[in-house]
Design a protein around this ligand. Sequence first.
Ligand SMILES: [Zn+2]
Ligand SMILES: [Zn+2]
Length: 350
Amino acid sequence: MSTVPAYAAPSARAPLAPFTVDRRDPGPLDVAIDIVFCGVCHSDVHQARDEWGGSIFPMVPGHEIVGRVSRVGARVAEVKVGDLVGVGCLVDSCRECGQCRRDREQFCQRGPALTYNGTELDRKTPTYGGYSTQVVVTEKFVLRVPAGLDPAAAAPLLCAGITTYSPLRQWGCKAGDHVGVVGLGGLGHMAVKLASSMGAEVTMLSTSPAKEADARRLGAHGFASTRDDGIFKRLAGRFDLLVDTVSVPHDYNKYLGLLRPEGAMVLVGAPPEPSPFSSFALIMGNKRLAGSLIGGIAETQEMLDYCGAHRITADIEVIPIQKINEAYERMLKSDVRYRFVIDTASLKGA
Ligand SMILES: [Zn+2]
Ligand SMILES: [Zn+2]
């Protein structure tokens, strides 16, 4: 066992503060990783503040982990000491149930082991995330980070990247498709980059006209300010696919009107309150309203390889861990373009 520095939320109402975690010695199938960077996801804030309920404290958040392999167990086959690797939202699952067998570990019927704010499969040992200098993970849940990607800017791919890549793949995004991305934040900026790299004609739908130049720089071909109600008429029936990343309540019915018949709107943002919608918004045009949760391990690796081949990473601001509480406040004000990433070197001696 090694005791390593970390930052933790001691309770839902306290700021994050220095903490130490005990990492197990790697077993035969385990990989020990020296964490180099960890992205800061919106769900870190929600869970550290217990906004979804059931949070486990003290909590070390972080599920956008990139690091170097420092030790491997005797039966580890693919990963070697020194490899640049990633860990996303999951660190284990039963591997036997129907969902695990079809590579949907995120839906493991016995419940996957989440990277933090969860437990190992013994259902007792708490898991601690990437706001820390080291993590030990079973090999099957360790992902390869392609050479040529900046390790800091690759970290957000592990959650924001797969969250937006998966729905584009599930709904067959291809060259010439009209794709609308709703909301330009950590998720939205990845959705724009990925959809445009797949050859889609991408329109950013945002409440902030000030973000138009940024949206176009990221690869959007069009921009529509959703504060202007006229766009819901002008763009009615235009889109094959809408990827909705917004996590504050908004009227889904209006957005469904933007879809062509048989088009789909996929939710990856999660407003806390239920949102009413009219059946007619779906019936008139055989439209589909769907959701999507991260991706399985194989699909996450596919996404990383895709990003390696297309040189896609996140736009980031690197911070020392000591700025994490400030970063949470700035993130809540959308004052980040577009992801904070912690340089874990700042934890040494913290
Ligand atoms: Zn996340
Ligand atoms: Zn399972």
